[in-house]
Design a binder for this molecule. Structure first.
Ligand code: FNR
Length: 188
């Protein structure tokens, strides 16, 4: 330790409830996890004609993922899938062929929505994509957080006790998961 965790938010909206939740999760993380955002809002659209000459933003994304010991995705669900912005970032990260930055990278997935099933379908899509990208997925806890106004306050605190305890637990499990994967799965 410390283990470096890259936090990727699937929404680029400044008012994003998923970014709010991500900040709260970072605050609840065990001390051994050093969490930093990896931003995806400046990436151009993925274009395989550029595989031989990756744009700077995409090279930075790949470097940030390489340097992370694990990735935490916190993402909304768009039309029962993941936002195109997030898929775009994953496509950049996974290429050029043979240089997939996501391979063997331990991953946790969280999402929040005002809706009742709270990103469950979108997360299932994300799991399918990341499984194909050979990223070990934490499955022992799933986090589908229904968002109501004020759930996370302006100081990044979760205001509902049971939700705060659950999310603390989630980050504790994620810490254990990252350690186990790094012990068992060669990272090169
Ligand atoms: C949504 N929203 C949404 N919610 C949901 O639970 N399931 C869905 O399939 C969708 N689909 C969807 C599509 C598009 C294009 C938008 C803009 C929104 C609502 C969504 O959960 C809500 O806008 C959240 O606030 C989005 O998350 P962020 O951006 O606030 O983090």
């Amino acid at each position: 330790p410390p283990y470096r965790i890259g936090v990727i938010v699937g929404s680029i909206a400044a008012s994003s409830i998923n970014r709010r939740l991500a900040r709260a999760l970072m605050a609840l993380a065990p001390a051994a996890l050093e969490c930093d955002f990896i931003e995806i809002d400046r990436l151009p659209l993925y274009d395989r004609d550029r595989d031989d000459d990756y744009p700077q933003e995409a090279r930075e994304l790949k470097r940030a993922i390489d340097e992370a010991d694990g990735l935490l995705f916190v993402t909304p669900e768009y039309n029962r899938s993941i936002p195109g912005t997030l898929k775009n970032a994953i496509d950049w990260a996974s290429r050029p062929y043979g240089e997939n930055a996501l391979s063997r990278k331990p991953v946790g997935i969280v999402g929040t929505s005002p809706g009742g099933i709270a990103t469950a379908v979108g997360q299932q899509h994300l799991k399918s994509i990341l499984a194909y990208c050979n990223a070990p997925l934490m499955n022992e806890i799933e986090a589908y957080v229904q968002y109501a106004d004020g759930l996370v306050d302006d100081d990044d605190r979760v205001t509902v006790d049971s939700t705060r305890e659950f999310l603390t637990d989630y980050m504790r499990s994620f810490d254990g998961f990252v350690r186990r994967v790094l012990t068992v799965v060669p990272q090169d």
